[in-house]
Design a protein. Sequence first.
Length: 153
Amino acid sequence: MEIRVDDLTGAKIIGLIQEHLHGMNEHTPPESVHALNLDGLKHPDVTFWSVWEQDELLGMGAMKELDKTHGEIKSMRTSAAHLRKGVGRVMLEHIIATAKERGYTRLSLETGAESMPSFDAARKLYEQLGFSYCGPFADYAEDPYSAFMTKEL
């Protein structure tokens, strides 16, 4: 698997972002969807990566800098055709390593709440890589559809 910084212009990556947003809106009320759209992912404080095998897009992930010591994981998604192949783990490990290289002391994320089974695999992966549950961070507020997690680096 090859991880690339992505400029968000390719048709395959735009399609996966659309799939991601559709999935978030399918399982979560609109006011509780915190996924970034294409313009949000192009913001200067966001680094976006895609995961490839030759010309096949496997997945994506992004990290937003909240401040000089704290990053936020955004837009983690594995293409439906490549689920359960370790793509998410590879992407998450890359994001964690990059956060450490940048000198962040904490990495946080928002994902679907425990009452939402469609997010079980994501929460399990985050737990396996050392994330623990926490309260809202940055501009988030308590939300029955959100789970907040963090990892000290």
